[in-house]
Each structure stands twice: as structure tokens, then as C-alpha cells.
Design a protein around this ligand. Structure first.
Ligand SMILES: Nc1ncnc2c1ncn2[C@@H]1O[C@H](COP(=O)(O)OP(=O)(O)OP(=O)(O)O)[C@@H](O)[C@H]1O
Length: 255
């Protein structure tokens, strides 16, 4: 069998005396959408940061297409061009236009030609209805628009993997729908995504697999149906009980 796109084996990470990740094993196949859920502080962001080499593991391996990228000799920049990341706060560069934000990595890390990078960026911005804002600065855009630009920027290098860390948490509720719709489109188009999310209804509808982290270990994983409707673990049930209201209805906007 061929290697999964991403394989995590025995990942451990401590900050001081606090062990935040306590032996994580996880495989993500090409095209899979994996939702990481769990209480605040359970280690979701740290796990994403470990995958992207923003944090180095204390123990264990991160394998991307079979290559051990957690090896200290691997240069983070080379890996980051292969792994797109979007954080809670949009992190667009305020002094660069939308277009320059989107083309930055493609031009300066991958050394792609300017015209080629801009054509691709404009095509992506067009897909999210923001091509006319290409020459604007980020502060002219709403939070939801900025976050969609951040997503487009993350995929502009055609990464192997897209990591999303609570990308709707800082948005006003009325702006969440468009951002989730874009993620839904990417998932449908076959993008491999690992996302930490508090949007349970979204995880249920979009993810192929749901991973429940509890104090640094994977307490349960399965299809959305298994985890949300038939959780095996008491601690999963307790966690989900806090989200029972949104899960009962369907708060997701339909396109
Ligand atoms: N750089 C750091 N230095 C020290 N402690 C850290 C650092 N990063 C994370 N932690 C701690 O690690 C634990 C896990 O944090 P993490 O952000 O991974 O959790 P999370 O599940 O993503 O939480 P949330 O849902 O609130 O974002 C927390 O107790 C946090 O305080």
C-alpha cells in the first residue's frame, strides 16, 4: 500500500512541564478532510503547528508523502510551501495589496514568474468574487473577505495539504457562512484538509473523518456519523453535549 499523504506517529510535545501532545498517531489520505475537535487546550492548534513545523516535536515523526519532515535537518520554508495554513486571525500583510499577499509565497518561495503567479492569483480571487479587490489593501475588506483571501493565499502555491486553525472563530457570525462555503468547495474539489474547528455542524457535514482530542491524546476518531451520532467514549459524549443545540438544527447556509 502506498504511503498516506500525512502520517503522524507517536507525536509528543511539551511546553515546560506540561505535556500537550501525548503520543498522537494519525494517517491522512490524499483528498481526506479531517476535522480536529476537542475542548480548548486539548492540543488542536499545537498539533497543526507541529505538522507545519512551527513547533518541533519532542518525540515522534511527521511524514509527508513518506518523507520525515520532522527531521531537524529539513528546512521549514521548503515544507511550508507544501503545506498551506490559515489561522484564526487573518494574518494578511497590511502593507501589501490583496494580489501581492496572494502571490508572495508563489513568487518569493517557489520563485514562480510574476505574470504566472498573478494570473493564478486573479483566477483564485475571481472564484471567490474578489478579483476586483486585487489592488486593494486588506483593510478595505471585511473580516470574512480577508479570511477568504487568506485561504486563497494558502492554496496559491498548490500545496499538498491545507491546515485550517479555527478560521471562523474571530469572525462576526454573519461572515462565517461565506468562509465555510469556500472550505466546502475546496473539500469537494479534493483538497486534503486538516482543520481544527469549533463549528460542529460544519465538521459533521464536510469532514470525512472526525478526530476528538482530549488532553493531548486522540480519545476517539471515526466518520462524522460515528463520532457525532454514536460516540463510543463517555468523554466524547460529554464534550458533544455542550454543542447539542447547534447540532440539533442546521445552521449552515445553503448556497
Ligand atoms: N508556545 C506555548 N508555550 C506554552 N504553552 C503553550 C504554547 N502553545 C500552547 N501551549 C499550551 O498548550 C495547551 C494546548 O494548547 P492548544 O492551543 O494546542 O489547544 P487548542 O486545543 O488548540 O485550544 P483552543 O481550542 O483554545 O484553540 C494549552 O494549555 C496552551 O496553553
Amino acid at each position: 500500500m502506498s504511503d498516506p499523504l500525512l502520517r503522524l506517529t507517536g507525536i509528543r510535545k511539551s511546553f515546560g512541564t506540561a505535556e500537550v501532545l501525548r503520543g498522537i498517531d494519525l494517517d491522512v489520505a490524499e483528498g481526506d478532510v479531517v476535522a480536529l475537535i476537542g475542548a480548548s487546550g486539548s492540543g488542536k492548534s499545537t498539533l497543526l503547528r507541529v505538522i507545519n513545523l512551527l513547533e518541533r516535536v519532542d518525540d515522534g515523526q511527521v511524514l509527508l508523502r513518506g518523507e520525515d519532515i520532522s527531521d531537524p535537518r529539513v528546512k521549514p520554508d521548503a515544507v511550508r510551501a507544501r503545506i498551506g495554513v490559515v489561522f484564526q486571525h487573518f494574518n494578511l500583510f497590511p502593507h501589501l495589496s490583496v494580489l501581492d499577499n496572494v502571490t508572495l509565497a508563489s513568487r518569493h518561495v517557489l520563485r514562480r514568474d510574476r505574470a504566472e503567479s498573478e494570473a493564478r492569483a486573479l483566477e483564485l480571487l475571481g472564484r471567490i468574487g474578489l478579483a476586483e479587490h486585487a489592488r486593494s489593501y486588506p483593510d478595505r475588506l471585511s473580516g470574512g473577505q480577508q479570511q477568504r483571501v487568506a485561504i486563497v493565499r494558502a492554496i496559491a502555491t498548490d500545496p499538498d495539504l491545507l491546515l485550517l486553525d479555527e478560521i471562523t472563530s474571530a469572525l462576526d457570525p454573519e461572515l462565517v457562512g461565506d468562509v465555510l462555503a469556500l472550505v466546502r468547495d475546496l473539500a469537494t474539489a479534493g483538497t486534503t484538509i486538516v482543520m481544527a474547528t469549533h463549528e460542529m455542524a460544519f465538521a459533521r457535514d464536510v469532514a470525512d473523518r472526525v478526530v476528538f482530542l482530549d488532553r493531548g491524546v486522540i480519545a476517539e476518531e471515526g466518520t462524522p456519523d460515528e463520532v457525532f451520532r454514536r460516540p463510543r467514549e463517555q468523554r466524547t459524549r460529554e464534550f458533544l453535549a455542550r454543542f447539542s443545540e447547534p447540532l440539533a438544527g442546521d445552521p449552515l447556509p445553503r448556497q
